[in-house]
Design a protein around this ligand. Structure first.
Ligand code: TYD
Ligand code: MG
Length: 465
């Protein structure tokens, strides 16, 4: 069996050395040499042997990647149309967010449709997994489970079984003997992933790895292996809310940034076909500080409420707290409101929240955020039947955004009658909506705050489908 070899690698230039030294003689950098353990003994020091490398034509035909639908439609959407044979997938997320639940549901559907599926758990006992399966109503699904943490043993078992799909829950619990690092450490996680990715590519099995994210968002492991896998999905959401967003951050076989929306219920994760209705369903009344953003996440339109609160601050440097959006972007919008619309937030605490626990990445949220902030600051509500989108530039001008049509369609479907949007070419005026084209932030603030009257009406968010 291969014994571990310790080599020393320069972090800066990647040169390998047989012993540690303070300065790398390859690039001259100081303190960049780290030790690195590798298993591959047999090759070390054998620089002379080589294998012929095939050259192929770019124009050669390949067989289409073969895909299998998991049967969980929101998951299949995020994969870009099902899982790809021989691919390696990483599902990351906070502990307790629902990774094991989602994958057990997917495993059960796959197994029921005849896909040979193995679920390997290093975290839970078989009885716990069975109990979860019963709770999910999946107790009779033909999924096979293994409870083990020794990756060598697991890979040996998989090599005999050759399943179509294997789920490893979680990669941080797996350890590879011969690696001089503790389970869960970067070294172990990388080596285990390497082994499993190699297994996927050489056998055609699809490998799905679960990776826990640590509290502060600094992932112990998952971030370090993102580059080794084909697809990286993160499961997001606030544990206080029941919505869960599955987001593809990398996908070699489909669009990145696609999202799937789920709701955590007593019977596991349910797919949400109409997320806008869900995200707006808790809006009770129209209050100052609330604005509805007509956004796009991935390929899907999503209406979501942005809430702002502005309060006098007792602090020398007032608080800026933001949940679900980018803090730097909030600072920028506050500065633009001050400089271009004459609205000062000095001496005031500002809180911004995206309702429902969603995290927005669409740059078109600027206008809705500015609207919510202005409305909160002045204590005047924005009409409840209005939705907003648009990117704000430092000059206070509104910039055109992508995918206008789906935003308008979604707003109309959910019963909104007015949309504030940047002036841009492709805007459809036949949508039945009143489109208020916004050129510049100062003028927009005056307009929405003046439109005080008939703001008590809320569109019936449940009517969309
Ligand atoms: P889990 O899938 O174990 O999370 P992870 O694998 O990401 O750590 O999800 C655990 C949470 O989900 C737990 O707090 C209980 C809740 N849950 C439900 O609300 N309904 C269910 O049907 C199941 C199985 C779990
Ligand atoms: Mg789990």
């Amino acid at each position: 069996m291969a014994r571990p070899v310790t080599t020393f690698v320069c972090r800066s230039c990647g040169a390998t050395h047989s012993k540690w030294s303070g300065q790398c003689d390859a690039c001259g950098e100081w303190n960049t040499i780290e030790n690195s353990v590798s298993l591959d003994k047999s090759r070390a020091g054998r620089a002379t042997g080589f294998r012929a490398v095939d050259l192929k034509k770019l124009s050669d035909e390949d067989v289409e990647a073969s895909r299998t639908l998991t049967g969980v439609s929101e998951l299949d959407r995020v994969f870009g149309g099902g899982i790809v044979r021989a691919s390696a997938i990483l599902l990351g997320g906070d502990p307790g967010i629902g990774k094991s639940t989602l994958l057990l549901q997917a495993a059960a559907r796959l197994a029921e449709s005849g896909t040979n599926t193995v679920y390997v758990s290093g975290e839970e006992a078989a009885a716990q997994i069975r109990m979860r399966a019963r709770r999910l109503g999946l107790a009779s699904a033909p999924v096979r489970i293994a409870v083990d943490t020794s990756l060598r043993d697991v890979v040996a078992m998989l090599g005999q079984e050759l399943p179509d799909v294997v789920i490893i829950d979680s990669i941080q619990t797996m350890w590879l003997e011969g690696i001089d690092a503790s389970p869960g450490s970067i070294g172990q996680v990388r080596a285990s992933t390497h082994e499993l990715v190699h297994f996927a590519k050489s056998t055609g099995t699809t490998v799905i790895l679960v990776g826990h994210v640590t509290k502060d968002g600094q992932i112990a492991g998952p971030r370090a292996i993102e580059h080794m896998v084909d697809t990286v999905l993160y499961f997001e959401g606030d544990r206080g809310h029941h919505f869960r967003i599955l987001r593809a951050v990398k996908n070699r076989f489909g669009p990145a940034d696609e999202i799937g929306v789920f709701e955590m219920t007593g019977k596991g994760l349910e797919e949400v076909a109409n997320p806008s209705a869900l995200f707006l369903s808790n809006r009770e009344s129209v209050t100052p500080g609330s604005a509805v953003f007509a956004g796009i996440e991935g390929s899907r339109p999503l209406l979501v409420e942005i809430q702002a609160l502005v309060a006098n601050s007792p602090l020398g440097s007032p608080r800026r707290t933001v949940v679900g959006w980018d803090g730097g972007r909030l600072a920028m919008i506050l500065a633009v409101l001050d400089a271009r619309a004459g609205m000062s937030f000095a001496g005031k605490d500002v809180y911004l929240n995206v309702a429902g626990g969603l995290r927005i990445t669409d740059p078109a949220a600027d206008l809705a955020v500015a609207g919510a902030l202005a409305s909160a600051n002045e204590g005047i509500a924005i009409a409840g039947s209005a939705a907003l989108f648009g990117e704000v530039s430092l000059s206070g001008a509104l910039r055109p955004v992508a995918q206008v049509d789906p935003r308008l369609r979604e707003a109309q479907k959910l019963g909104f009658d007015t949309v504030y949007a940047p002036s841009q070419k492709k805007i459809r005026t036949d949508s039945g909506l009143v489109i208020r084209e916004v050129l510049e932030l100062g003028e927009f603030v005056n307009e929405i705050l003046a439109a005080r009257p008939s703001m008590s009406r809320l569109p019936d968010a449940q009517s969309g489908d």
